[in-house]
Write a protein that binds this ligand. Sequence first.
Ligand code: NAG
Length: 380
Amino acid sequence: MKPLFVLLLSTAWTLSAAQHYYQGLMDYLENRLLAIEVRSDPLNDLRKLAAEAVDTLKNHHGSLAKNLEGAAARVDRIEREMDFVESQTSPRACANTADKVVEQGAWGKEEETEGMHEINCVEIISGIRSVKILKRVGSPKGMWTRDPRSSKVYVFNGTSGDTVYQFSSVRDFSGSPGVEGSKPFRLPSEWAGPGSAVYNDYLYYVKQEADTDVQVVKYDLLAGEETETAIFPVESRATVYDLNPETVADLAADDEGLWLLYAPSDSEPSISLAKMDAATLDIEQIWDTRCPRENAEAAFVVCGTVYVVYNTRLASRSRVQCVFDVNDMVVSEEAPLLYFPRRYGAHASLKYNPEEKQLYGWDDGYQIIYRLTMKRKLLA
Ligand SMILES: *[C@@H]1O[C@H](CO)[C@@H](O)[C@H](O)[C@H]1NC(C)=O
């Protein structure tokens, strides 16, 4: 009698879990359909077909929920159709070439040689290997990152503040409830937006006080003091990513130095990139990536290549759809159109860790690690 009871119970559980999962898929498909903007008649027809397919799926709800494999296969097929419609209605994955070095003499060092920038690594992302949802802590928006050198983890809750939570490792962070077990510390000024970077026990953050220029601050985490500040004369209030207006500007630090993604002004439609000296905060070179700010959600820098992640207002799947390489070594054909796995929120930040080749993402308060697969740049 007992085994039969257990069996019945587990069948009931599987069914309701399956139905829950199935409902999630349907919600996802419908949201994605809503987000597709249609600009031409043939595409409108395709969108209608996709909508009909979703309806059919819904009508077969009962049988499909019991046969999850069949449902998943059909959802996959509809998704591929949607991918196609989306690829026809939104910008394609494109690699922009670095032929347009912006002249900004007043911004510091301009004697830097044009053309090749000294980048030592030659890797390009080829895919997302795995996703790990670590935990959920803090506000829907925020950022977290791991210092590639010290392995310490830093959590920035919300979109501004003067507090940073430090954990001794990722394991420490995931194993502790909330932010307990961290070493919180206060900075001498507020960080503005989830756009900070940590490298080799230095924290770089963006500071923007009312009606002042954007500043980049370098903070010595071991000594607990500010060591450098640089004024970045961008038009105030122009933020770098359309879908995350709290991100004033976005910093990335790696072996090559310090990178800053920013919007030069409100009227400038694309994202600019500055290479800074990580020691002195001098600006070494500036590029216009020609990746649009519109519908941009986040971006990150890997081996001198900027990957811009796009989404829609009704959060759909995030995707890398624009790539810019400072050395022109990524050609259009190999620019990856990378889709992030299905989620229900949107990334407030994505921080790349060059040692582990992982992205640290903050999605609706969830802290997520994406492991990436890499390949060599073709021309390298
Ligand atoms: C995160 O920030 C929000 C407000 O932005 C606050 O309500 C919440 O308590 C904070 N959480 C932690 C863990 O600091």
